[in-house]
Design a protein around this ligand. Structure first.
Ligand SMILES: Nc1ncnc2c1ncn2[C@@H]1O[C@H](COP(=O)(O)OP(=O)(O)OP(=O)(O)O)[C@@H](O)[C@H]1O
Length: 532
């Protein structure tokens, strides 16, 4: 346990760090002020040039003179208003339809083949057809069929043409965004118990949309400009009005759019301790060893590559089991199978006596009872530390937001990062990010904590802070299964060490036995390689 009484708190920012942060804030403010002043100056210059130009009177009377107005609204502006309405309504329809197409295209597995195929064909067909042709076909073709029940308005069909055509392009942009989000983000969300839909909504899409925003803005501006094409089927928009007025020979619509510190808890009766004890140990003063997790004959392969051949393991309530083994021996795969992030080919995984590999079991619910921490943290970069931690409690467990925030502050305090609640993950050091990831996995007091090489992405000096934290959890009785290459850490936390080789647990036992006096020749070789 780290003792901080009488010493500088190592997790609090130093004077130098505070000064650097203040300097960065001052720089940001200065850039903002310079940017704002430059913008105002440029806009003012453009306005002065416009208003003092020789053609200003004609320009003004064309667009703003009330004598040119129909129904007290200047006709060109009336056309522009139509453009804006088309853009808003079509924009919304395109957003919904293209998102659906993009998601359909990213579905995997043979069950979704027809939906995926539909989306592929749709996108290819509509991207191949000239927009003008679609406008003609729908704007003239459908009303000509005189089908009962369908509107005859060219504006309606023109809007449909824009929506159908643009959705194909926007769907591809969104798909690129969705696929650009690293799979580890999905794994992290699923490990928190978020359903496929919730993962898409709260983790994948916010990041995807942010990345493709510039491309989406291009499409929105193009949509505004292309709404002028509806003139060919008799819709009188701003450009058409302007042509009728013989006033301008530039695309007014486009112009308008362009303006427009690890403190291990000092208070063992504090809320965090109680939370952990309540779930990690059985009630009463005594410690009753109960098998929380049980693996029987687990088998997993990727294609022809057999990774787990036959793994059986019992993890007692409150125990810490450490998996060791050569790189590629299947340690991470085993953790992912326990967390149902991978589907086992054969065998049984039981949590609290329930067979969680049964296909009828709700995987999201099972995952929400476990916490998983990943080697590369897998924090959600678009959310603050606090939002990362409260996402699962609020969205999966239905905890009221205020209560979730309170819990989040508790765990942040616990991992020594109370002052980083509003920071973004990218603004934290590796060790701090990993502590946030542990806080995120801990916030719902999981029955079981899975830790996948949580220190291997860290600099040696940052490793200590994470190991201290895990050591503290271990002492509080949290049930943990972890894999690590840190043999010192394994020795200090493990109740049992399992050596994985060739898809099986080749040797297991108390840390001092397996690490100190291994029986198997392969374990001896592995350990001696680590030491030299
Ligand atoms: N999704 C996947 N598709 C195909 N092969 C995979 C996949 N995930 C893991 N593997 C393979 O399974 C084997 C075991 O990988 P795993 O990550 O479980 O090993 P590990 O023991 O955790 O290794 P390390 O200590 O290097 O992290 C490796 O050969 C890896 O290439």
């Amino acid at each position: 346990m780290t003792q901080t009484v009488g010493k500088r708190d190592p997790w609090r920012p130093s004077e130098v760090e505070r000064e650097r942060a203040a300097y960065r804030t001052r720089q940001r403010r200065r850039s903002f002020v310079i940017g704002a002043i430059s913008t105002i100056v440029v806009v003012a210059v453009v306005l002065v040039v416009l208003v003092t130009s020789p053609g200003w009177q004609r320009f003004h009377s064309t667009f703003f003179d009330p004598h040119e107005a129909v129904q007290s609204f200047p006709v060109v502006l009336r056309g522009l208003w139509l453009n804006v309405r088309v853009m808003v309504v079509c924009g919304l329809a395109i957003a919904v339809w293209s998102l659906l197409l993009a998601v359909l295209r990213t579905l995997r597995g043979p069950v979704f083949f027809p939906l995926r195929a539909f989306a592929v064909v749709y996108v290819d067909v509509f991207r191949g057809l000239p927009l003008l042709l679609v406008v003609f076909l729908l704007g003239f073709g459908v009303p000509a069929l005189q089908l009962t029940g369908l509107p005859n308005s060219p504006l309606f069909w023109g809007g449909c043409a824009l929506t159908l055509s643009y959705s194909a392009y926007v769907a591809e942009v969104l798909r690129a965004g969705i696929e650009s989000v690293h799979p580890s983000q999905r794994a992290a969300a699923r490990s928190l118990g978020l359903s496929y839909r919730a993962t898409l909504r709260f983790v994948v899409l916010p990041q995807a949309v942010r990345r493709v925003m510039p491309a989406l803005m291009n499409d929105l501006i193009s949509l505004e400009k292309d709404s002028a094409l509806l003139a060919v089927i008799g819709v009188v928009d701003a450009l058409r009005e302007a042509q009728i007025r013989e006033a301008v020979n530039f695309n007014f619509t486009a112009y308008v759019v362009a303006w427009p510190a690890v403190h291990l808890p000092d208070d063992p009766d504090g809320p965090f301790h109680r939370l952990v004890r309540a779930t990690a140990r059985l009630p009463g003063s005594g410690w009753t060893a109960v098998s929380l997790l049980s693996l029987k004959g687990v088998r997993k392969s990727f294609g022809a590559h057999l990774v787990l051949a036959d793994v059986s393991l019992e993890v007692q309530e409150g125990a810490c089991v450490v998996l060791i083994g050569a790189s590629g021996s299947g340690k991470s795969t085993l953790l992912r199978c326990i967390n149902l992030l991978e589907v086992v080919d054969d065998g049984v995984v039981e949590l609290d006596g329930q067979d969680i590999t049964d296909p009828r079991v709700d995987g999201d619910e099972v995952r929400s009872r476990m916490g998983m921490v990943f080697q590369s943290y897998n924090l959600f970069p678009h959310l603050s530390v606090l939002q990362n931690i409260t996402l699962a409690p609020v969205r999966v467990h239905g905890v009221p937001r205020a209560q979730a925030l309170e819990r989040a502050h508790d765990v942040l305090q616990r991992v020594g990062l109370a002052d980083k609640a509003n920071a973004r993950p990218d603004d934290l050091s590796g060790g701090q990010q990993q502590r946030v990831a542990i806080a995120r996995a801990m916030v719902n007091a999981p029955r079981l904590l899975l830790l996948d090489e949580v220190t291997s992405a860290l600099d040696p000096e940052l490793v200590g802070e994470v190991l201290d934290l895990l050591q503290g959890l271990r002492e509080e009785g949290m049930t943990m299964v972890l894999n690590t290459h840190e043999m010192g850490f394994a020795r200090s936390v493990a109740d049992e060490v399992c050596f994985l080789s060739d898809g099986v647990i080749l040797e297991r036992g108390p840390a001092e036995e397996v690490l100190g006096a291994p029986q198997q020749e392969r374990t001896q070789r592995f350990l001696s390689r680590l030491l030299h």
